[in-house]
Write a new protein. Sequence first.
Length: 579
Amino acid sequence: MNAPSKPRKPFDKSKLPSRHVTVGPARSPHRSYYYAMGLTEEQINRPFVGVVSCWNEAAPCNIALMRQAQSVKKGVDEAGGTPREFCTITVTDGIAMGHQGMKSSLVSREVIADSIELTMRGHCYDAIVGIAGCDKSLPGIMMSMIRLNVPSVFMYGGSILPGRFKGRDVTVVDVFEGVGMHSAGRMSDEDLHELECVACPSAGSCGGQFTANTMAMVSEAIGLALPGSAGAPAPYESRDHYGLESGRAVMQLVADGLRPREICSRKAFENAATIVAATGGSTNAALHLPAMAHEMGLDFDLFDVAAIFKRTPYIADLKPGGQFVAKDVYDIGGIPQILKALLEGGYLHGDCLTVTGKTMEENLRPVKFNADQKVVYPVSNPITPTGGVVGLKGSLAPDGGIVKVAGMKKLQFRGPALCFDCEEDAFAAVEARQYKDGDIIVIRYEGPKGGPGMREMLSTTAALYGQGAGDKVALITDGRFSGATRGFCIGHVGPEAAVGGPIALVQNGDIISIDAEKGTLDLEVDPDELARRKKVWKAPDNPYRSGVLRKYAEQVGPARFGAVTHAGGKVEISCYADI
């Protein structure tokens, strides 16, 4: 890699982690490894920047990330740093969905954060630029940045372009729902095959306001990503420009000593929750934001997230509850358009610092809200006055639950329970249409411990919609729902069944009452009867006796606090950045 063309004042490495592997006679063996890889003495004497991506060939979400990493490396080099590229894993939910593979998805978030920490610690890198594609990789990378607290810039790899089917835009969710239509005799073999062939036409993450695009918006709203960087679709060359600028930006953060924990204040987390609610984002954000806050010892649980959701207007008409996809947001000016609308409406903290070194308000000052479009509404004329995601609490969910209400007209539901102890049994019943209108399908023992791994239920919910029953039944689980799920689908119900939460005690025919307007989720069973059931209840055996799923089940905490696996920033004595 070429040395920078302009002379600049050298960085002082006396307090940077990389001094432990590059400075002094005792580090001659270490430096010999860097010479072996073609580095010059001048490059060895610069700060080392870890450039991590979740590149792999598992799915289109991640396939463009290595290309973008090269642009990041160029930016780091031009700004006086030495980039050191590495990859970490990701489990892609679209491939893992609907079978045992989904047990790996949430676990991968912890593995991503842990593997980045280990790579950074082992090689004493001074800063990070992280590039993510699929769902859990975004919070996983941001968790590692906050945990390590070295200067950090996050960059989303970009969304997929929409497919076209019979004259309309489609996403992978249309294919999942097509499976349900096919099972109900409402779609032919030929049409389903044509749909699957055209739904995903490029590299990039799922195009609707599902988990990846939700957390991409979070990255800008919380201040860890450059303004506008999360909007461009993956195939666009402008992604390489943002990569270059992200590399340059991280070196400015090194020079200024600005770290993630100074950026990710409580106000910044409130900004992040605000953009999720305003866009009808993924319910998974209510799991990931508490996990990110946990890394710095900040109390910000499901109920804190829900309080923000409750006071935030829903202003972005995005799939699955609305009409548009991520590319449409990009075409009307990108995520800064949403942030500008929220700031002008008084729903954002404009004084929060960001990776530009400026505040949110300063970043948005030159942005003019685009009134000539139908994707994002002004807060003075929202789609609905409260957020597209709602937190629930009640006798069935003392530790809370979460539901996406974006696009829903009816916010109350009451009916008899139809219980299943795993997703496969529920999906088989749905596929065979063994349910009635008005039923509330309960899927339990799918929580963080009980799954283990807290699976998403998109295959089941999409099949219900495909059969035309999406608004005629409700679904409740201690597991999760995909950001692509729509309808009365309540996830994260806690305490989970595996630890004896009320959801474990529900029996077929019990009446459940849901009110997403009041934020309640209640089981209409006498408390004495529930106490009797609890006495005879026995936790099922975990079939996973070894390996990562067993380890995860033993370590993971409640969904309310982010389903985290370690003690977090509150008990921290020393931080990696200060070694």
